[in-house]
Design a protein around this ligand. Sequence first.
Ligand code: SAM
Length: 288
Amino acid sequence: MMPNYNSAAELRAFLEKEGLGMRKKFGQNFLINPKTRQSLVDALGAKPGCEVWEIGPGLGAMTDMLLKNDLRVKAFEIDNGFIRVLKEIFCDNKNFNLVEGDVLKTWKNETSNDSLNETFLFGNLPYNIAAVLLADFIEKGKTFSRIVVTVQKEVALRMAASAGSSDYSSFSVLCASAYKVKPLSVIKRESFYPQPNVDSMGVLLERSSPQEMPSGFFRLVRALFASRRKTVKNNLTAFLSSRFGKVQSQQLCADVLRENAISENERAENLDFNAFLSLAKSIENVRI
Ligand code: SAM
């Protein structure tokens, strides 16, 4: 039987009856505010018949809404107790497909199955793997037409940050390499059971026109943010040194920065996505 997803007290009673507990290590916090759940599903904008990958369905609060919109749901869940409950609730629904285990491992074996080439990712993501999972999808070239996820507010701000802002990081550049990122509203901690120590935020990512990334692009981005207080010149010299050797790296760095009209005193936090792209292209073309 489906629990009342909108009541902390009833969810607690349901878990007790099923002999289940909430596990911190899996970032388990149920979104108990139905209006917020509905607004996230609406923001996804997936049409009936489309496939949605849902990360961490929990007891199925969001899953139920997605299925009621006639979406085909591929749900990735790690918790064996939740998996048992999900199977009981949704086993008769032909649009429900459950992938059991750690999504960081399991997603690579799954293919999106959508004739319209419209793919969607959705989920109230577990805090501990949210950024790692999204980065993994992007770096492995797995993109979605639209993504709506709930993440810790600070993570959402990093995802949406532009060059020059204090939230701007390598993760911002990663997200900008594949998507236009739009923050949705803040979701107060009171909207969850159990209540976490931080607020959350919904984020919408819309896929940008695909472009070929130069080899080593993501490694370069990480390397230039490796030491935030250092200049691009210092971080880039270290990066080039690991690829082309110490002797060549200083001169190469000066050449590459000049070619891209980047000052030697510049810092990575002031370079936008296009600047990183252009730098990576120059380095890809280096022949020594
Ligand atoms: N979707 C539910 C909701 O909004 O109420 C639950 C969201 S809860 C924040 C995160 C969910 O992700 C939990 O069900 C948890 O068990 C699951 N989870 C955590 N780590 C996971 C992993 N590595 N792979 C798959 N699922 C995971």
